[in-house]
Design a protein. Structure first.
Length: 500
């Protein structure tokens, strides 16, 4: 008797931890995805430790505690949080200028700030990030992931290149045959076995730094808890809090789009804070959502639940503490191939097609390009997104400012004139409204019809006051009509109160 087909699960149902635990097939996917991510996190955590100026164990322990903690308290299932380059760049100065003992309190304070920002509703600011900035964020991320692998391909033995090529062949080709096992995991295992059996002398994970031999232990800040200490660490903690939240919330939104599900950005915000506090007390360097490994987990390996995030942290600790000698043998070329695959899969190729660029408004394309350029130049996703949002605001204001029109109609008897104003009136569009009226030649009765417009700010109210005052100096009467309720309310409240 034929077996019944497996039920089709909705995207939301696939995020269920309990449902996944009851399904061996889905649980296997989550477990293998976590293993792949753990393997990829090791060299990056070591590299980020070097950037921050701390021992490699600090980055590795941070990746473990961040992943395990966020699996429980985070708002976005399947997203990976760990030590990141953005956070490493922010906290590197405090270590260099004041010593490694200031690292722990800085990370803990940053976590506290993130919780306070979550309570203040910082997650709601995500609605102000335009799609063009998000596309630029994704494309810049893909470029950074790819460019970060280039140093691993320069000045290395020639064997690195064929190993990388075989790795790319596996990660791109295996999914066409089967998806039972993640292609990145197969590539890592096969290439590591080949390198060991053949005795290939190529750079390995062990060459990146010493792996820890013991579990992380609970630590407390070994500095005086004074206002002077707060003055030193607060600026770095604030910067880390903002950078970490921005990168995490953008990554969460990206995963939302890929999985066609929604997540709690508020929970993710305070969850990042809790994870950083826990990480600080275990001597880690802190972190946030790590976009490359998240794409590897969600897009390349098909993970959808918190199980993969939790197991990524657990596997990471087991690999470096228990199986450190084996992990140290993994060729860097194998991980390079996996990360190149992630970068190619992450890039939004549709956004740069000629047909797309032809249809897209030039301002939207400009914002995307600006975001990508700033991120690539600064190697900081947060700065690039901030500049992209600013550029989008300026270009949007510029476009809307040109949509305001003023039509002048004189009555048949010449005793009155009507000006019909149409469009959205705010600081950018109302600044030259004053020049659209013929003060000297108009008759004594002037009617300004605002039924086709909307007053948004004090600049517009000030412009209307200037117009009526200018007509008054010419001995003429102005009547403004057609204001909708909100426009009338703001004019009533501010008119005559904005200066002499």
């Amino acid at each position: 008797m034929p077996s019944s087909p497996a039920p089709v699960l909705t995207p939301a149902a696939r995020q269920s931890v309990l449902g996944t635990l009851k399904s061996p097939r889905r649980l296997k996917t989550e477990a293998l995805a976590g293993l792949v991510v753990a393997l990829a996190l090791i060299p990056e955590a070591i590299a980020f430790s070097v950037i921050a100026g701390v021992d490699p164990r600090v980055g590795l322990f941070a990746s473990f505690t961040m992943a395990v903690t966020i699996a429980f308290v985070g708002g976005r299932p399947a997203m990976i949080s760990a030590a990141t380059g953005a956070v490493a760049l922010v906290i590197a100065p405090v270590v260099a200028e004041h010593g490694a003992q200031y690292l722990v309190p800085t990370v803990i304070l940053a976590g506290i700030f993130q919780i306070l920002l979550a309570v203040a509703g910082v997650a709601k600011l995500m609605r102000f990030i335009p799609r063009s900035v998000m596309v630029g964020f994704v494309n810049a991320l893909a470029i950074l992931v790819f460019s970060s692998q280039v140093p691993e391909l320069l000045g290395v033995p020639w064997l690195v290149y064929p190993i990388t090529a075989v790795g790319l062949f596996i990660v791109f080709g295996l999914p066409r045959l089967t998806t039972a096992v993640p292609a990145p995991l197969v590539a890592i295992v096969v290439l590591t076995a080949a390198a060991v059996l053949m005795g290939w002398k190529v750079p390995t994970v062990g060459d990146k730094g010493e792996l820890p031999q013991s579990l992380p232990s609970l630590l407390f800040p070994d500095i005086p808890l004074t206002l002077e200490t707060l003055r030193i660490i607060a600026p770095y903690a604030v910067a880390m809090a903002f950078v970490g939240l921005l990168e995490s919330l953008l990554t969460a939104k990206l995963v939302d789009d890929i999985t066609d599900t929604r997540s709690s950005k508020v929970r993710e915000s305070w969850g990042q804070g809790v994870a950083n506090i826990v990480t600080g007390f275990f001597g880690g360097m802190g972190g946030c959502a790590v976009v490359g490994q998240t794409m590897m987990n969600v897009k390349a390996s098909g993970a959808r639940t918190r199980i993969s995030t939790f197991l990524a942290g657990v596997f990471l600790l087991l690999l470096v503490v228990v199986l450190g000698d084996v992990v140290a043998l993994i060729p860097m070329a194998a991980l390079v191939a996996v990360m190149i695959y992630v970068s190619i899969a992450t890039f939004d190729w549709h956004s740069i097609r000629p047909s797309t660029l032809k249809r897209m408004p030039k301002s939207e394309t400009s914002v995307m390009v600006i975001t990508v350029a700033v991120v690539v130049m600064t190697h900081n996703l947060a700065i690039g997104v901030a500049v992209g949002v600013l550029a989008a605001m300026v270009l949007f204001a510029r476009r809307v400012a040109h949509f305001v029109t003023v039509r002048r109609t004189v009555d048949d008897d010449g005793a009155a004139v009507t000006y019909a104003v149409e469009g959205e009136l705010f600081f950018a569009s109302s600044n030259d409204l004053y020049t659209q009226f013929d003060y000297a030649l108009d008759p004594e009765q002037v009617l300004i019809d605002m039924s086709g417009s909307h007053v948004w700010d004090a600049s517009t109210v000030a412009a209307l006051d200037s117009i009526t005052e200018k007509y008054r100096t010419h001995g003429k009467t102005v009547r403004i009509t057609g204001l909708n309720d909100s426009s009338d309310a703001i004019r009533s409240r501010l008119s005559g109160q904005l200066g002499g």
